[in-house]
Design a protein around this ligand. Structure first.
Ligand SMILES: Cc1cc2nc3c(=O)[nH]c(=O)nc-3n(C[C@H](O)[C@H](O)[C@H](O)COP(=O)(O)O)c2cc1C
Length: 447
């Protein structure tokens, strides 16, 4: 029987919106190295495939109200954290976000290839196109690119990045002291990319890692996002509220892969799941209620305004959610929240109590058996290939997951009892995707 894959979605103090205000929380978790190293080590003890940290290139929305109350705004830059964690772990995949809208493929390819080397082949890149206006404002005064344009650039960006990662055959560096040949030029491939957004000659100046190249991760869910995932992604982090919704997304993205000559098994779909687990249902419910009580009105209003890109501050929290027209900046997340509000007939307050804690992701509250029943139903029902686990409070809920949920998953044969390999690809069961080799150094020299 195939086994599910598990990512640990890291969020400094915990994934619950107001986790940092919990009496037991590490309030400075986003800059506390001892805390972050401990979480990575715990993830490795739990045999998680990877540790994932999200990112943006601004405070989320950038206005003062959000900055004052949001614990995720100011924190360590994730890439730097991944390099540090690579020296404290041996098997755990290390995945973080980088944007295609405000970066350059050569610089990004070089950084991730370096993380891949530093970690012995455990790096992954979560490709995002950046949805927030404040992010565009970090780079100039022009309005943010339209979504279709962002994705066009992302597609070319991904292509160039992979091309650079394929600059060398695995045995391109003989480093032969006797002959003096460090690099075999016949095993060097020069990209010479000339495209709409980028002109990049190559080769990359970082050698390949034990897994060949970093794993491509993505989290977009719009039409453009799905198409790019089908073409380029090896892991997709989803966001779903219902089994049917997740099954539809799973079938849709996997079906699109054939057009790019890809097998459905070459992509692992892992929706986010916030888990409140206790020894029994009552203990889990108690935890859940305590976390929801931490959400005050201002935080709830601020959360919805930020995520839906709509100013709720003048609206009565106990009134209905207004009709909102989403422009190209607004993402599928805003529409998802609006759908939840309409489906469940929620007030503004009801909506934030419903979605803010888990920030729109699926949540489950229950005993170990109930949690694993849920995960098994989604996994065997072709709604996912695994989960991106979001503990509400660190380290408490990660420890509980390791101690209560992992053994039950293993007992049912749904999850590994030891790591399969040392690289992220080996553990995810992914082979390195093919790349049409470019011109070699020798061919270039002959020109
Ligand atoms: C689990 C998960 C993690 C994400 N991480 C980030 C992130 O780190 N940075 C970011 O800008 N967007 C992140 N996103 C947003 C997506 O990249 C994407 O922009 C969003 O889901 C909207 O999809 P669309 O752009 O295809 O409409 C994440 C989404 C999910 C579901």
């Amino acid at each position: 029987m195939p086994e599910m894959k598990l990512g640990l979605f890291f969020w400094p103090a915990g994934h619950h919106l107001t986790a940092w205000r919990h009496p037991d929380a590490t309030a400075d978790a986003g800059q506390n190295m001892a805390h972050m190293v401990e979480m990575a080590k715990l993830a490795e003890e739990g045999l998680f495939d990877m540790f994932f940290m999200a990112d943006s290139v601004s405070f989320w929305r950038g206005d003062l109200e959000a900055m004052v109350r949001d614990n995720y705004g100011a924190k360590i830059e994730p890439f730097s954290l991944m390099v540090a964690l690579s020296q404290h772990t041996k098997h755990l995949g290390l995945v973080c976000t980088a944007t295609t809208s405000f970066d350059q493929p050569y610089l990004l390819a070089r950084r991730f290839a370096s993380l891949d080397l530093a970690s012995g082949g455990r790096a992954g890149w979560n490709l995002v196109t950046s949805t927030h206006r404040a992010e565009a404002e970090s780079f100039g005064t022009q309005p943010h690119m339209a979504k279709s344009e962002r994705y066009r650039r992302a597609r070319e960006f991904a292509h160039v990045t992979r091309g650079l990662w394929n600059s060398f055959d695995d045995d391109a560096f003989p480093r032969d002291k006797e002959s003096g040949v460090f690099l075999d030029q016949d095993k060097l491939h020069i990209l010479e990319h000339e495209g709409e957004h980028f002109q990049v000659r190559g080769p990359l100046n970082v050698p390949p890692s034990p897994q060949g190249e970093p794993v491509m991760v993505q989290a977009g869910s719009s039409e453009d996002g799905r198409e790019l995932a089908a073409e380029t992604a090896e892991v997709v982090f989803g966001i779903h509220q219902t089994l049917e919704g997740a099954q539809g997304f799973y079938a849709d993205v996997k079906a699109r892969m054939a057009a790019y000559g890809r097998h459905p098994g070459a992509l692992k779909i892992m929706p986010g799941l916030m888990v409140y687990v206790g020894h029994d249902k009552e203990a889990a419910a108690e935890k859940f209620e305590m976390m929801q009580d931490l959400i005050d009105d201002r935080t709830g209003i601020e959360f919805l305004s930020n995520r839906m890109d709509f100013d709720f501050s003048g609206h009565d929290p106990d009134g209905p959610v207004p009709d909102i027209e989403f422009d190209n900046i607004s993402s599928s997340r805003g529409q998802l929240y609006l759908d939840v509000a309409r489906r469940e007939d929620l007030t503004i307050r009801g909506l934030w109590r419903r979605v803010a804690g888990a920030r729109g992701h699926m949540q489950i509250v229950g005993s170990p058996v109930e949690v694993v029943d849920f995960m098994e139903e989604w996994f065997t029902g072709q709604a996912c290939d695994g989960f991106n686990i979001m503990p509400p409070l660190f380290p408490h809920d990660l420890r509980d997951f390791n101690e209560l949920v992992v053994p039950e998953l293993q007992r049912r044969g749904l999850f590994r009892t030891a790591y399969e390999g040392t690289t992220l690809r080996e553990n995810l069961g992914l082979t390195r995707p093919a790349w049409p080799s470019g011109k070699t150094g020798a061919a270039k020299a002959a020109e």
